[in-house]
Design a protein around this ligand. Structure first.
Ligand SMILES: Cc1cc2nc3c(=O)[nH]c(=O)nc-3n(C[C@H](O)[C@H](O)[C@H](O)COP(=O)(O)OP(=O)(O)OC[C@H]3O[C@@H](n4cnc5c(N)ncnc54)[C@H](O)[C@@H]3O)c2cc1C
Length: 439
C-alpha cells in the first residue's frame, strides 16, 4: 500500500516507521526543513544544536524507552536526579522530595495534608470516566480545599492555560498527577528524569534512517495545501508544487490544521473538528556559559511573570553550556504571538533578573525565540464526545494527533503509543478498537 504521511513530527515519523516495517511504501511530507516538529532541534551558527523545546523522559515512559531500544539508542538514555521547586513572590521553595513537601511553607499543615491526600487518591483512582464531566477547578476545590486551590493550583492552571481553564476537565490534573508520580522514586520520593545523550533529535534521526533504509521517502520543505476528497474517498494530496497519489493518507498534524486541508469535507465534520482547541507556546531558549539554577524545573506562581516555568539543564553534549527554557503557553486568542523577539527578550529577562539577581546577560551565548500556534490540545469537559477519531468519514483518510490520546496527557510517550494504534488501523484499512486506555 502507498501511504502518504502529512507531518513529520514524532507521531508521523513513528507511524511511518511502523508502516515501513510492515512492508508498506511510505512517503512523509513535512513542511519544515527537518523532521521532528515539536521534538525538533535549533541549530546555531557556531554548530551548537539544542532541542527547540525541552523534552524529558520519565522512568515510567516505557514506550519511549522501548522505541529507543529498538533503534539501538538504549545506551544513550541517561537518568539522573532532578530538583524541582516553586517560585513564589521571587523566592525559590524546593519541592524535590518528601521532606520538602512536609515543610513546604506556602500552605498550612492541614492543606498540605489534603494536597498529599489528593495526590494519593489521584494515583489510586482508575475510574477516570466520571472526571470527564467535572471542571478541574470544582474537582480540586472539593479535593484540596479553597485555600490550597488559591495558593497552588490556581497559579499553575492560570499559567498552563493562559488564564482560560473554566471548561478544562478534571481528567487533566488527574493525568498530570499520575504522570508526575512517575518522576518520584524510592522512599524519599526523590525526582528522577531522563534524557537522550543526543537529544530527542537523535531519536528522530534514527527513525528517519530506518524509514529511508526500508525504501521510504521523506519530502522536506514541502507543505500540503489540500487533501482531495472525491466520492467519499481521499488519496490525492496537493502540495504547493506538485500532486501526489496514495492508497491511504495519514494527517499527523493538529486538528485545526487538518480541517483547513479538507475544505470540501461535509460541514458537520468540519464543525466537529473546529470544536477542538489548542494552546500555543512562546518559548525563549538561552544557551549560557554559566549555570543559572540547580533546579531542573521551577514553576512560578507570580501572576505578573511573562513565563510560567524556568527549566535549566546542562547541554546534553557540551557540558560547558547550560540550556534554559522560559516557556509561556498562550490561549488561542492571545496576542503575545505577534510580539517581536526583541520585546520578548527584554520582558522575559527583566523578570528573570528578579528571581536570579546574580544573572548576567554576558552569560548568554545564544538566545532564540520559538513559537508554535498548536502545541497542545485543550481537554475540556465532555472530551469523550468531541474527540476526533483516527478513522475519518472518508475512505483512506486518517487523522493522527495528540488530541486523540485523551485522557492521557499529550506527551512523546502518548504520541508513540498512539502511533502504534494508528499504524494498526491503517494496516487493517478499517477501524480497530480506538478505545481510550486507562494508564
Ligand atoms: C514545550 C514542550 C515541551 C514538551 N515536553 C515534553 C516532555 O518533556 N516529555 C514528553 O514526553 N513530551 C513533551 N512534549 C510533548 C511532545 O513534544 C508532543 O506530544 C509530540 O512532539 C507531538 O508530536 P506530533 O508529531 O503529534 O506533533 P508535531 O510535533 O506538532 O508535528 C506535526 C508536524 O506536522 C508538520 N505540518 C503541519 N502542517 C503541515 C502541512 N500542511 N504540510 C506538511 N507538514 C505539516 C509540522 O511542521 C510538524 O513537523 C512537549 C511539548 C512541548 C510543546
Amino acid at each position: 500500500m502507498r501511504v502518504g504521511i502529512i507531518g513529520g513530527g514524532l507521531m508521523g515519523t513513528t507511524i511511518a516507521w511502523l508502516l515501513t516495517q510492515a512492508g508498506h511504501q511510505v512517503t512523509i511530507i513535512e513542511q519544515g526543513n527537518d523532521l521532528g516538529g515539536l521534538n525538533g532541534d535549533l541549530d546555531f551558527e557556531d554548530g551548537l544544536t539544542v532541542a527547540r523545546y525541552q523534552h524529558a523522559i520519565l522512568p515510567t515512559d516505557q514506550a519511549v524507552q522501548d522505541l529507543c531500544a529498538r533503534l539501538g539508542l538504549q545506551d544513550d538514555l541517561i537518568f539522573q536526579n532532578a530538583r524541582t521547586g516553586f517560585v513564589h513572590e521571587r523566592q525559590i521553595y524546593p519541592m524535590t522530595n518528601i521532606r520538602d513537601f512536609l515543610v513546604f511553607p506556602l500552605i498550612n499543615l492541614r492543606d498540605r495534608f489534603r494536597l498529599g491526600n489528593t495526590i494519593i487518591q489521584a494515583r489510586n483512582r482508575k475510574d477516570w470516566l466520571v472526571l470527564d464531566s467535572i471542571p478541574v477547578r470544582q474537582w480540586l476545590v472539593n479535593m484540596c480545599g479553597q485555600s490550597a486551590f488559591e495558593q497552588i493550583w490556581r497559579p499553575l492552571l492560570e499559567a498552563k492555560f493562559d488564564g482560560v481553564y473554566d471548561q478544562v476537565a478534571a481528567t487533566y490534573v488527574w493525568a498530570w498527577l499520575n504522570r508526575m508520580s512517575g518522576i518520584r522514586q524510592g522512599p524519599t520520593m526523590q525526582g528522577t528524569i531522563g534524557y537522550l545523550r543526543g537529544g530527542h533529535g537523535s531519536l528522530i534521526q534514527k527513525l528517519a534512517e530506518a524509514i529511508t533504509d526500508a525504501g521510504g521517502q521523506i519530502l522536506l520543505n514541502t507543505r500540503v495545501r489540500e487533501i482531495e476528497l472525491v466520492n467519499g474517498h481521499a488519496g490525492r494530496v496537493r502540495t504547493f508544487d506538485t500532486t501526489l497519489d496514495f492508497d491511504a493518507v495519514v494527517a499527523a498534524i493538529a486538528t485545526p490544521t487538518f480541517s483547513r486541508l479538507i475544505p470540501s469535507a461535509e460541514s458537520s465534520y468540519l464543525r466537529r473538528l473546529e470544536s477542538s482547541t489548542y494552546l500555543g507556546l512562546i518559548c525563549p531558549v538561552m544557551v549560557l556559559n554559566h549555570p543559572l539554577s540547580p533546579y531542573w524545573t521551577l514553576n512560578l506562581t507570580d501572576a505578573e511573570s511573562p513565563f510560567s516555568t524556568v527549566i535549566s539543564t546542562p547541554h546534553p553534549v557540551n557540558p560547558n553550556y547550560h540550556v534554559v527554557y522560559l516557556p509561556r503557553y498562550t490561549a488561542p486568542d492571545n496576542d503575545w504571538m505577534g510580539v517581536s523577539d526583541d520585546e520578548i527578550r527584554e520582558a522575559w529577562l527583566a523578570h528573570l533578573k528578579l528571581i536570579f539577581p546574580a544573572f548576567n546577560e554576558s552569560w548568554i551565548e545564544h538566545f532564540a525565540v520559538s513559537r508554535s500556534r498548536y502545541v497542545e490540545p485543550i481537554f475540556n469537559i465532555h472530551m469523550l464526545e468531541t474527540m476526533p477519531a483516527v478513522q475519518t468519514p472518508y475512505a483512506g483518510l486518517y487523522l493522527a494527533n495528540t488530541a486523540q490520546v485523551y485522557p492521557d496527557l499529550p506527551t512523546s510517550e502518548s504520541a508513540i503509543v498512539h502511533a502504534g494504534r494508528v499504524a494498526q488501523i491503517v494496516r487493517q484499512g478499517k477501524p480497530v478498537s480506538e478505545r481510550v486506555t486507562v494508564p
